[in-house]
Ligand binder design. Structure first.
Ligand code: 6GU
Length: 232
C-alpha cells in the first residue's frame, strides 16, 4: 500500500477474513507512507496545478520514490494499481484477475488528483470502485483488498461459500434463514426444513433468479439468463 494515511488500514486488515488470512500466512501487507518520500522539511507531497484551478495535485517525486522503495522490498515485480475514479470499474471479474497476482502495489491518491506523469511513467492499472467520489483512494483500496483476499485459496473457511454467492454465479443470493424457525411471527419457508435437498436447491435457484430479475436485471442477459461473465 502506498498511501498518505497508512493508519486507516490497520484495524481493517487485522479483522475478520482478511485478518485470518494474514495470520495464516496467505497474504502479507506492507504500508509505505508517501509523505516519508517528500523532499522538503515541510514534508510536502502536493502542489498547485499548473494552469491554475482549484485543489492540489499529488507530486511526482514522492510517489516515484515511494514506488521505487516498495519495489526494493521484495524481488517480485508488483502489479501497480492506481485507485482513481477515472479507472476501470472494479467488478468480480477484475477481482478474480487481481487475486492471481503474486504481488500488488496499491497507490492511493488524495487531493484533486495525481500529476499526469505518474500515469505516464509508472503505467498503473487504474481502478475505480464505482461512480461516486471519495476524498481519497484508501476507502477504495480497502474494498479491493477485502474482495481479493477472500478469493485466496484457504482464506475463507468454506470454499463453497465463495463459489455459491452473488456475482460468481452471476445471480444475487437467495434468502437465508437460521434459528429460530419463527421470529416475531415470521416463519422460515417450509421447504427449507423439509429435508428434501433437491427441492431446497430448486427453490434457492428460483429465488436467486427472481431476486436478480427484480433488483438487478442488468446482470441477466437479454434472454433473462445469467451470463457466464461473472460480475459484469
Ligand atoms: Cl478508486 N478513488 C476515489 N477518490 N474516489 C472513488 C474511487 C477511487 N472509486 C470510486 N470513487
Amino acid at each position: 500500500m502506498l498511501t498518505l494515511f497508512p493508519e486507516v488500514f490497520g484495524p481493517f486488515v487485522g479483522a475478520s477474513i482478511v485478518g485470518r488470512a494474514q495470520a495464516a500466512g496467505k497474504v502479507e501487507f506492507a504500508f509505505t507512507n508517501v509523505r516519508d518520500f517528500a523532499r522538503d522539511r515541510h514534508r510536502t507531497v502536493d502542489d498547485k496545478p499548473f494552469g491554475g484551478g482549484p485543489g492540489m495535485v499529488l507530486m511526482c517525486g514522492p510517489v516515484y520514490d515511494a514506488y521505487e522503495h516498495v519495489r526494493s522490498l521484495h524481488p517480485a515485480e508488483p502489479q501497480l494499481i492506481m485507485l482513481t475514479p477515472q479507472g476501470e470499474r472494479l467488478t468480480q471479474r477484475v477481482v478474480e484477475e487481481l487475486a492471481q497476482a503474486e504481488r500488488l502495489a496499491l497507490l492511493c491518491g488524495h487531493y484533486e488528483g495525481f500529476d499526469e506523469r505518474i500515469r505516464e511513467g509508472l503505467q498503473p492499472r487504474e481502478i475505480s470502485i464505482g461512480d461516486y467520489v471519495l476524498s481519497g483512494g484508501e476507502g477504495a483500496a480497502l474494498v479491493l483488498i477485502d474482495a481479493v483476499v477472500r478469493l485466496l485459496p484457504g482464506a475463507v473457511g468454506c470454499e463453497e461459500s465463495v463459489a455459491d454467492e452473488s456475482f460468481s454465479s452471476g445471480l444475487l443470493e437467495y434468502p437465508q434463514y437460521t434459528r429460530p424457525r419463527a421470529y416475531r411471527g415470521m416463519e422460515v419457508p417450509e421447504i427449507l426444513v423439509s429435508g428434501d435437498h433437491g427441492k431446497v436447491a430448486a427453490w434457492r435457484h428460483a429465488q436467486a433468479l427472481a431476486r436478480t430479475q427484480q433488483r438487478r436485471p442488468d446482470l441477466l442477459g437479454p434472454d433473462g439468463k445469467a451470463g457466464c461473465d461473472s460480475g459484469a
